[in-house]
Write a protein that binds this ligand. Sequence first.
Ligand SMILES: [Zn+2]
Length: 361
Amino acid sequence: MHLDAAALTSLQVAQMWRAILPSGRDLDWRIPASGSNRNAAIRIGIFMNFGNQTTLRDQVVLNGAGVHSNEPVRIVIRPAAINTGVVFLRKGLPGGRERRIEARWNKVSLTELCTVIGQKDDASVSTIEHLLSALSGLGVDNALIEIDGPEVPIMDGSAAVFVEAIDSVGLARQSAPRRFVKVLKTVRVEHNGAYSELRPGDNGLSLDVEIDFAAGPIGRQRKRLDLTPDRFRQELAGARTFGFLRDVERLTKMGLALGASLKNTVALDGERVLNPEGLRFPDEFVRHKMLDAVGDLALAGLPLIARYRSFRSGHKMNVAVVEALFADRSAYTIVDAEARREPRSELAYGYRPTAVLAEAR
Ligand SMILES: [Zn+2]
């Protein structure tokens, strides 16, 4: 179908969108990105990020191996009730135990090379950032992720496979308004000239990421993006993780990167990209850093209304800035999106009275 978005107000388009796609499943229709059309598309994207909470329509199963452990692992991403957030259910522990671990900043135990939640000597899940990024980037509020090993599978080193899996079942809109963490004042962490910063913003999450590597193929790259599901799919999801050949020996001695290969990592040797297929984007490196940041910021537990800016940042600094935000009660507030009226038949999952929304998470 054809829509002339420039001739409509964003509210009219949003109403049409709701009428056409009452399930909220298909967030993937496009308007040519130019001039006022582009602005309309951005406004619609922002609108779609607000509204009701979402979960997956059905479960999806993924099999792969951990990039650090190289152990085979299976994950099942399941729909979850309103206000669950993203929770891992770590299975396969000694004695058949299982353990729930919320994907939240205060459960993070390690941020070296990847982000780990839970406790290493008990139950933990590592390399969660690309999966969290996919869920957050597509606007999934609630999901339960069963995992039978200690590390999320690396797949192709990007978030593309997770996005494809989530899109294969689509999203169900739930009967409660989405809740956000709205940043009220700037928080910043810095170290040796590198920094991560969250500033107040008006609409959703906008990102501005800059990196500076000595290696020729990377160099200095900067990318800015107002996060919407479409832009996440098109501009970030496919960007792969990267590493330097000189680090591989050091990492494998530490028992890390045992599953790394050209199938899941852009490998650099001096000035050369070793992958025969080359890069997916000329600035794939900064795109991947932004993808990582979306996953790390998802550890806030709710979507952010903020402007994120970073320079030479990584997982550690991103988690630290989220921690700094929550350490200052005057730096943020929790807001509800306005609830949409839904016919009862569309309440696919987790209907609970709206009074429940008053509970603190
Ligand atoms: Zn990454």
